[in-house]
Design a protein around this ligand. Structure first.
Ligand SMILES: [Zn+2]
Length: 234
């Protein structure tokens, strides 16, 4: 655990970037000492992301994928096409794409990314940049291989958990029962002072603490799978 991230880690570079017409939040996470960062869900504009990192004195060396929907990774799905994304990013900078193993085939299909550009991960894997450790947590439900990224007291949650909401479970590949387990079994157990950084700006505020979310987010207050199914209307 020697590399485990600390609160107020002076090496941590962390930026929340609102981008695109669907209220996405993209994140730049890195090591100030190394001058390197990873982009979480680099869709919509590769130029904008490279510019923002560059102005901060950071070089993009990889991408972290929460899940394979085009508004997070670029590419096309069901006739819906999003610019930018992981395939364009690896064409512009020397970067590997970190994805959960259950999401990797879908990611390739939707973005055209090649196998050699990807690193397939298990839950609990860690990605290290300088003194900054990112822990990958498998959080299925919205998609089979959805994952969240934990940095000591920050959770980057993709479409799994929003401020006062959670991701849709009525899409192809979604699984309401898995989402229930993710929310009640994994995310609801995070410490009070963990700050939630969601994949979309859907709530009253761009971030929130898990303490606040346990109070205000109905999806973290579900008592049983039956209650959850009733809530989801199925
Ligand atoms: Zn999604």
């Amino acid at each position: 655990m020697g590399h485990s991230d600390a609160p107020n880690n002076p090496d941590l570079y962390f930026r929340q970037v609102p981008l695109g017409p669907m209220a996405n939040f993209i994140y730049l996470i890195g090591s100030r000492r190394a001058g390197e960062c990873l982009v979480v869900d680099p869709a919509w504009s590769t130029d904008a992301l490279i510019d923002i990192a560059g102005r901060d004195g950071m070089r993009i060396t990889g991408a972290l994928v929460t899940h394979y929907h085009p508004d997070h990774v670029g590419g096309s799905m069901l006739g819906f096409t999003v610019p930018g994304g992981v395939a364009e990013l690896v064409g512009r900078v020397d970067a590997r794409v970190h994805v959960h193993k259950l999401e990797a085939d879908g990611l390739k299909k939707i973005t055209g990314l090649s196998e050699g550009d990807m690193v397939r991960h298990e839950s609990g894997d860690r990605v290290q940049l300088g003194d900054v450790t990112v822990e990958l947590i498998h959080t299925p439900g919205h998609t089979p291989g959805s994952q969240c990224f934990l940095l000591h007291d920050r959770l980057v949650s993709g479409d799994t958990l929003f401020v006062n909401g959670c991701g849709r479970v009525d899409l192809p590949g979604s699984d309401p029962a898995q989402m229930y387990e993710t929310l009640t079994g994994r995310l609801a157990k995070l410490a009070d002072d963990v700050v939630l950084y969601p994949g979309h700006d859907y709530g009253p505020t761009p971030t929130s603490t898990m303490r606040e979310q346990r109070r205000t987010n109905h999806y973290l207050r579900i008592r049983s799978l039956d209650d959850w199914r009733r809530m989801m209307g199925r």
